[in-house]
Structures are given as structure tokens and as C-alpha cells.
Write a protein that binds this ligand. Structure first.
Ligand SMILES: C[S@@+](CC[C@H](N)C(=O)[O-])C[C@H]1O[C@@H](n2cnc3c(N)ncnc32)[C@H](O)[C@@H]1O
Length: 633
């Protein structure tokens, strides 16, 4: 990672500078710093720790568990060569979907690289409503949010908003989508983090959600707060405007408007002129302008998703694609990058994909990530098709690692993973030095658990650190060390005063005592953030009900993770290369219990051989996609 890009510090604006209220108002009734912003004052030293005291910096690697290929990746790798910031953000050319806590995900992404961040975080509205997917991770994060009431929620949110500001390009924009529960408190905090001069709009989206209050006026709107990162923000009003001569309310073109004088220029374009204070103003009929009759900063024309809406996946907080399309079109340039770090079912990412923007998304829930990944594939297959080349995308885990995947990594990927997990910085300049931690060179063995470090490796490493790093200390990390390797290290210490330390890698189950001793007592902050998960043990029963109609039952499937239960499943009854769920089979929930439906029926369109896939997630982060063949009669 490019140090220069990643280490850009951002400061919160100083209140007296930006909060220009009339003098007669006196002081503003808010503190200077956002809640959770910490300043440590020690004798003779004042240190701003920002949000790192409440949320310590924990560096763990990303694990790529899935790559969805659309066949154009070379083109996107080429683009990376022209743009350093794209290369930093999408090193493999692919868009990225992360499973993990967004604070820690964001902290590993490069500064000034994103054009638009839209977020629709939990609203602090109520326990059941806020926990959508019921994953253990989502529930755990949710209890963090609730700790300490509204101030606790704001500290949790501020730490993330601060990272978002760092990630935005200087021309970038942020949209925070909330409702009446927390939006007014969040506005005050955003003024402190982004600066009140950077506040652009309070957009009211009227979204009729059904239900009528009896004792007060019905609460039917959401508030979207728009902040720019700086003074020169991106906004393309023409991209969403309507021709000046269009009457949006009546949906017709007007020949006469505002009684201005009509003219036609040499290109045949109609324009109107008006003289005011000696100056002539000229307006073209077909010039797009922002309407004020159907919508302005009051959005009445975007319907919320209804129960039977074909766009609807089935979970409560899904937002309509048209809402995101308007935001992305106006606030993110055509070749720009959109991010949604609370992506839920992936509406923002799907809208970004449709509008041919690059995207990044994250969610703490395994189910959300799975549903989003599936929805993105469907969007490319059904809607985008061959409209334009689409980059691949990867699904990457942060802090919750799939054990079977670790051994399948290439040498280079494994080295990078281990060096980062050890708190070091990967390096690949010298062949026998794989990273550095606090100035100490690191060497990593091979991915297979059957391999060992031998004497020759130790000798090569000790020569490399001396020659290339001018040091006599080094650390080797591997699954196993042979006795002759240990002897070689002892001889080097005695004869040449070189110290080579060995660190043995081991996969320890999260629930074991060893794990607690090794990790939690040493790094207590990692306790709730690091886990290793197994995919579920999938068992599918199939029963023919009648001609072309079958029953599929996965109730014998079990989670292999401690206390794990099956939390969601998706079916693809016509599986080809990529999982792409059959419509209506993505987020199956029993309406009364909210539990996943484990038995489904499906009627095939015609007889013949079919490949069927079922993707199953447990509530601990484990997932497996099982594929089977069926001769449909
Ligand atoms: C209101 S939903 C977003 C819905 C989304 N806008 C859509 O249209 O599908 C909020 C999401 O934030 C996720 N979330 C909550 N805390 C998180 C965290 N710390 N990191 C990442 N995701 C988080 C939840 O799992 C949930 O999916």
C-alpha cells in the first residue's frame, strides 16, 4: 500500500472558524470536537488520539474467499496503470465487497480515493427493527451501538464518519441517510467533522411506509444529509435535470413559458431572452435544469418499495434503486467510485453497477454479503448484459476467516496474509524478506501445513537480512520448523551474533482455551473481532411431488461453528458458472417467526437435466454453496 496515500491525516474543522453565527447569538450550544474525539494530555505532551481510544486500531488482513468473473478484468487492470488511486483501491482490478466491521475495513483503505459515500446505517430506532439479518456479528455490533444510548451511538457513528471523510477525494460527497430518531444529533456531529460550510442539503425523502399514527402526525419521511468534503465538490445538476420547457407535474412540453421572448439559434435550438437591469439573459428550452415542482430538496416522487414490488428481496430496510440512481448520477462522476459501508442487501452497489461506476461495499452480516453478491450477479446477467464491460468483483473477509480457504492461497497471498496478521507490513523487494515489523525483517514459510522450514531457509534468510537490511535480527513464521533449522539458528547466534526467532503458526479454534490464552490475554481488543469459521455441513433432500414439481429440504444441514444455526439460504434452480438466485428464492423468511424457510417447492419449466445450487449461511459467518445435478421429469 502506498504510504503517502494512506497516511493522510485529516483534521476536524475548528469551530470558531467555520461556525459563523451572528455575534448577537453569542456562543454556539455545541462542543468543539465531535463526541468520542479524544485528546490525551500527559505532562509536557498533548496527543490527539482521535477515535482510537474507543476503537483501537486493529490491523488484520483481508481474506479473499470468492471472485466473480465477468471476463473483462484485463481492461480494468490496464486502467489501474493510469490512476494510482484506483490501483490502491482496486489492486486486482475487481470491485470489492467486504464482510466485516466497516470501521476496520475502512482503516485499511487508501485516503482520497472515493467520489461518493452513501450510508444508511442502523437508525437507533429499536432493537428488532435494527437487527435485520440476525447474524451473530450483526447482533454483536448492534449491542455496541446501543451501549451508552444516543451518545454511545454517536461515538460509534463518528468514528466511522471520520474515516469516510479521510477516504473521500477532495471533490467527494457523503450522504447520510437517517430518520427522526437520530438525524438531528448526527447533523450536529457532522458539522463538527465535515464543517458546516460543507453542508449542502437536507433532503427529505417522503416514503410512505404504511401505517397511520393516531396521536400525532404520521412520520413518513427519511432525512438525507449531504456534505461535501471541501470547497470544490462534484455535482452534475444537468444529469438529473429536466428540459427547461418541460412541465414536470403535467409531463408535457410547453411552447410558452414565463412569457419570455422566443428565438431560434443557427443550430435550430429554441431559446428565450429577457432583459433585466440592462443585461440580456438567454435560456435554452432543452437545457436541463433542476425542477422545483416535482422535486427539489423535497423528494416526493420516489416510491418506497411495496410488498409485492419485483425489486424487493424481502428484508425490511431495503431502499429503492431509483433513490440511489438519482444520488449517484448527480454526485459521482461517470468514471468515479461509489462506496456503501453499510450495504445491507446491496441497493447502492447494484445502482452503481447499473450506472457503470466502480464500487466498494461492506456489511457486518454474512447474510447481507451473500444476498448482495447474488443480487449483483443477477443485475449483470439480467440487466447490464453486454451494455458495457463490467469489472469482476471479490468477496473479502476481515476478521472472520474461512479455514479451508487459507490453505488454498498462493505463496504470495499467504505471505501477505501472515505478515499482516502478525502486525507487519508486507514487502516483496528482496526474494527472501517477506515483510517488516517494527524494523525487524520477516520470513514466511509455505501455505501447506505439511511443509517445514529447513536449515537452508534459515541460512538464506540470515544472509538476506544482513545484506539487504543491514541487521542481525529477523523473525521466521511457519507451520513447522525442522530440528536442523533450529540448530542452524543456534549456530548463527553463537558464531555470528545473529538472532533468528521462530514463530510457529497454528490455527486455534476460537472457543478453545488456547485461543483465549494466546490472543485475548495478549491483545484483548481482538477478542470480539477475530474468528475462524467452518462452512456448514450441507445435506439436501429432494422429493418429486408431481410432474416438473419438486420439494427441496435442507433441514438436516448443520452449522459446524460453536452455537451456530442456519440463518439464511438462497436457491439457484438453473445454476451455470456463477450463483444467481432464482427470483423469489433469495431471502426466504417465515413471516411469523422471522426464521429461514428450510423447505421449498419449485416447478421447473420443462423436463431435462438441471444443475441446482443452494447457498447456505449460518449465523456465525460460515457459508457454503452446494451444487447438485437433477434429471427433472
Ligand atoms: C439499514 S441496513 C442497510 C440497507 C441498505 N441500504 C439496502 O438498501 O439494502 C444497515 C446495514 O448495516 C449493517 N451494519 C451495522 N453495523 C455495521 C458495521 N459496523 N459494519 C458493517 N455493517 C454494519 C447491518 O448488518 C445492515 O445490513
Amino acid at each position: 500500500m502506498n504510504e503517502k496515500l494512506n497516511n493522510i491525516e485529516i483534521e476536524i474543522p475548528k469551530q470558531p472558524e467555520f461556525y459563523k453565527i451572528p455575534a448577537r447569538f453569542g456562543s454556539v450550544p455545541i462542543d468543539e470536537a465531535p463526541l468520542g474525539w479524544e485528546i490525551e494530555t500527559k505532562p509536557r505532551e498533548t496527543k490527539v488520539t482521535k477515535f482510537e481510544h474507543s476503537y483501537p486500531r486493529i490491523l488484520l488482513p483481508f481474506q479473499e474467499v470468492k471472485r466473480i468473473e465477468f471476463g473483462h478484468n484485463k481492461e480494468f487492470l490496464e486502467n489501474n496503470k493510469k490512476d494510482q488511486s484506483l490501483k490502491e483501491l482496486f489492486p486486482k482490478g475487481a470491485n470489492r465487497l467486504f464482510f466485516g466491521d466497516n470501521l476496520y475495513v475502512m482503516r485499511q483503505l487508501p485516503s482520497k480515493s472515493i467520489d461518493l459515500i452513501y450510508i444508511d446505517p442502523p437508525f437507533f430506532s429499536g432493537r428488532n427493527y435494527n437487527v435485520i439479518f440476525g447474524d451473530k456479528n450483526e447482533v454483536r455490533s448492534f449491542s455496541d451501538i446501543w451501549e451508552g444510548g444516543i451518545p454511545g451511538y454517536l461515538i460509534w457513528l463518528n468514528a466511522r464518519l471520520y474515516e469516510m471523510k479521510r477516504l473521500l477525494k477532495d471533490t467527494g460527497n457523503l450522504i447520510l441517510h437517517l430518520d427522526w430518531h437520530a438525524v438531528h444529533y448526527a447533523k450536529v456531529e457532522l458539522d463538527k467533522i465535515f464543517g458546516i460550510d460543507n453542508f449542502k442539503n437536507e433532503i427529505i425523502w417522503f416514503a410512505d411506509t404504511g401505517g397511520r399514527a393516531k396521536h400525532f402526525f404520521p412520520r413518513k419521511h427519511y432525512t438525507l444529509l449531504w456534505y461535501s468534503k471541501g470547497k470544490n465538490w462534484y455535482f452534475d445538476e444537468k444529469s438529473i435535470g429536466l428540459p427547461r420547457n418541460e412541465c414536470a407535474t403535467c409531463r408535457t412540453t410547453l411552447d410558452k413559458w414565463n412569457n419570455l421572448k422566443k428565438n431560434i439559434d443557427s443550430d435550430g435550438r429554441v431559446y428565450r431572452t429577457i432583459k433585466s437591469n440592462g443585461k440580456i439573459y438567454k435560456y435554452y428550452d432543452d437545457d436541463p435544469v433542476l425542477p422545483t415542482d416535482v422535486w427539489s430538496d423535497l423528494w416526493l416522487d420516489i416510491n418506497n418499495l411495496q410488498q409485492k414490488d419485483p425489486e424487493r428481496i424481502g428484508y425490511p430496510t431495503q431502499k429503492p434503486e431509483s433513490l440511489l440512481q438519482r444520488i449517484i448520477t448527480a454526485l459521482c462522476p461517470k468514471d468515479g467510485v461509489v462506496a456503501d459501508f453499510f450495504c445491507g442487501g446491496g441497493t447502492t452497489l447494484v445502482a452503481a453497477q447499473e450506472l457503470n461506476r466502480r464500487w466498494l461495499g461492506s456489511d457486518q452480516s454474512r447474510i447481507a454479503v451473500s444476498v448482495t453478491s447474488d443480487r449483483l450477479v443477477r443485475c449483470v446477467e439480467e440487466k447490464i448484459g453486454s451494455l458495457f464491460p463490467v469489472p469482476d468483483f471479490t468477496v473479502e473477509h476481515w476478521g472472520i476467516y474461512e479455514i479451508p480457504n487459507l490453505e488454498n492461497l498462493s505463496d504470495a497471498e499467504f505471505r501477505e496474509f501472515v505478515v499482516k496478521a502478525f502486525g507487519g507490513k508486507p514487502e516483496n523487494i528482496f526474494p527472501n524478506i517477506h515483510g517488516l515489523r517494527a524494523g525487524v525483517p520477516l520470513y514466511v514459510g509455505e501455505p501447506s501445513r505439511r511443509t517445514k522450514i529447513i536449515k537452508d531457509d534459515v541460512v538464506k534468510f540470515s544472509q538476506a537480512i544482513f545484506k539487504d537490511k543491514k541487521t542481525n535480527f529477523g523473525t521466521m513464521l511457519a507451520w513447522n520448523f525442522s530440528p536442523d533449522a533450529k540448530r542452524a539458528a543456534e549456530i548463527l547466534a553463537a558464531r555470528e551474533n545473529k538472532r533468528i526467532d521462530f514463530v510457529r503458526l497454528s490455527l486455534i479454534r476460537l472457543e478453545s482455551n488456547d485461543f483465549r490464552e494466546h490472543i485475548i490475554t495478549k491483545h484483548k481488543d481482538y477478542g470480539s473481532l477475530l474468528s475462524f469459521v467452518q462452512p456448514p455441513d450441507v445435506k439436501i433432500k429432494i422429493e418429486r411431488i408431481e410432474k416438473l414439481k419438486y420439494k427441496f429440504d435442507i433441514s438436516d444441514t448443520v452449522s459446524l461453528n460453536k452455537d451456530g444455526v442456519i440463518a439464511n439460504l438462497q436457491w439457484d434452480f438453473n445454476f451455470t458458472e456463477k450463483f444467481s438466485s432464482t427470483e423469489g428464492y433469495a431471502f426466504l423468511r417465515d413471516k411469523s417467526t422471522g426464521k429461514p424457510i428450510l423447505t421449498v417447492e419449485y416447478e421447473f419449466p420443462k423436463e431435462g437435466p438441471y444443475t441446482i445450487a443452494c447457498s447456505i449461511q449460518d449465523d456465525q459467518g460460515g457459508e457454503k454453496t452446494s451444487v447438485l445435478e437433477l434429471e427433472v421429469k
